[in-house]
Design a protein around this ligand. Structure first.
Ligand SMILES: [Zn+2]
Length: 360
């Protein structure tokens, strides 16, 4: 029976509204004679957030308050091409939507190498895709509900903005310190896109002319120093240039991780501690420069490297203070840790795309 329970139609029917259509009569009948409130509680309007990464693709059903109701995931790197990927994606969506008590009102997704204007994923280095994949069109044609797609960095930024550390801010930056350095910028209350959709690539600002080679083809980019990989490179530089003993010397480059460096630093290892000091110094100086450009209220740090906590934050904040312009000194620019965690930030941001498009 097509009862108008939940949903937009059901939600707008109030005590004093004129109800004339047969369907609304049916609704009122149901409301007066049975258990409307019970039925309203049964149907939840939810957004489906999707976070597409090189290793795995995560999906979640999320309510308007940012609560994750259910989750699903599948490995991306085991897929042979986009057809295989979409098959797994749709199977996961079907699994999440099988519950009759939920109504999915829209789909938001974050992915690498996105063309936001076209709704496509193009030349993604870490995805097993053809050069151009029509993501929005393909998903919409099957699901027939609104679909949005943004860059993964922007998805995390939206997540922190709507539900996390940057809630309510008009000017902030999110830096995700993982294998590389991702960035999202909100300036004057708007997500910065740039003229061609590539704005906010803070990982590739040059902090050391003729410095370390970067995956982008240039030298001395911030992410070659400030990321899990950058920290590792710093440790090997220090081991080559200094004589101090360290348990890290017995670890190969492949086996070295930011976590092992953190553990060594916590147990007092000189080289590991020095590597974090240098990383924080470089990051803080870069943040002082970014503050000169955008003057954010806060810079939110997220990603695996931030698990090191004070080892990273203390030298970063001290360096920012030292290098800041006079009117930014005195801890004016806050450096905050993400409150959502890297994975959930992207999922929640993807869901925020859905809720935003409903309210505007
Ligand atoms: Zn670069």
């Amino acid at each position: 029976m097509p009862l108008l329970v939940g949903g937009e139609d059901g939600a707008v029917v109030g005590e004093n509204q004129k109800i004339t259509s047969p369907q609304f009569q049916l609704f009122r009948f149901a409301a007066e004679t049975s258990n409307l409130h019970h039925q309203l509680n049964l149907t939840m309007q939810l957004a489906l957030g999707i976070d597409i990464g090189g290793t795995s693709t995560k999906l979640s059903l999320i309510d308007p308050a940012g609560n994750i109701i259910s989750r699903s995931s599948f490995s991306t790197n085991e897929r042979v091409d986009e057809h295989d990927f979409f098959q797994h994606l749709f199977a996961s969506i079907d699994g999440l939507m099988a519950d009759d008590s939920v109504q999915v009102v829209g789909i938001g997704a974050g992915a690498p190498s996105v063309n936001e204007q076209e709704g496509t994923i193009e030349n993604a280095a870490n995805l097993p895709f053809s050069p151009k994949v029509e993501f929005v069109k393909t998903v919409y044609e099957r699901q027939r509900i609104p679909v949005s797609l943004v860059k993964d960095g922007n998805a995390s930024t939206l997540g922190e903005w709507h539900f996390g550390a940057a809630k309510g801010m008009k000017n902030f930056m999110l830096l995700t310190l993982g294998t590389g350095l991702g960035c999202g910028i909100v300036a004057n209350g708007q997500l910065l896109g740039g003229e061609f959709g590539h704005g906010g690539e803070a990982g590739h600002v040059c902090v050391q002319p003729s410095g370390r080679a970067c995956g982008c083809g240039r030298f001395g980019c911030l992410e070659t120093y400030v990321s899990a990989t950058g920290l590792k490179r710093t440790v090997f530089d220090l081991m080559a240039n200094l004589m101090d003993d360290s348990p890290l010397r017995s670890i190969s480059y492949e086996a070295m991780t930011a976590r092992r460096i953190s553990e060594a630093a916590i147990s007092g290892d000189f080289l590991a501690k020095k590597a974090f000091l240098q990383t924080g110094e470089t990051l803080g100086r870069a943040l002082a420069d970014m503050a000169a450009w955008f003057e954010p209220e806060a810079i939110v740090l997220s990603g695996g490297l931030t698990m090191a906590g004070d080892l990273l934050f203390e030298p970063t904040i001290a360096s920012l203070e030292r290098h800041a312009l006079a009117f930014h000194k005195g801890a004016k620019i806050k450096v905050l840790a993400s409150t959502l965690g890297e994975n959930d930030a992207a999922l929640l941001g993807a869901a925020a795309l859905v809720w935003n498009s409903k309210t505007h």
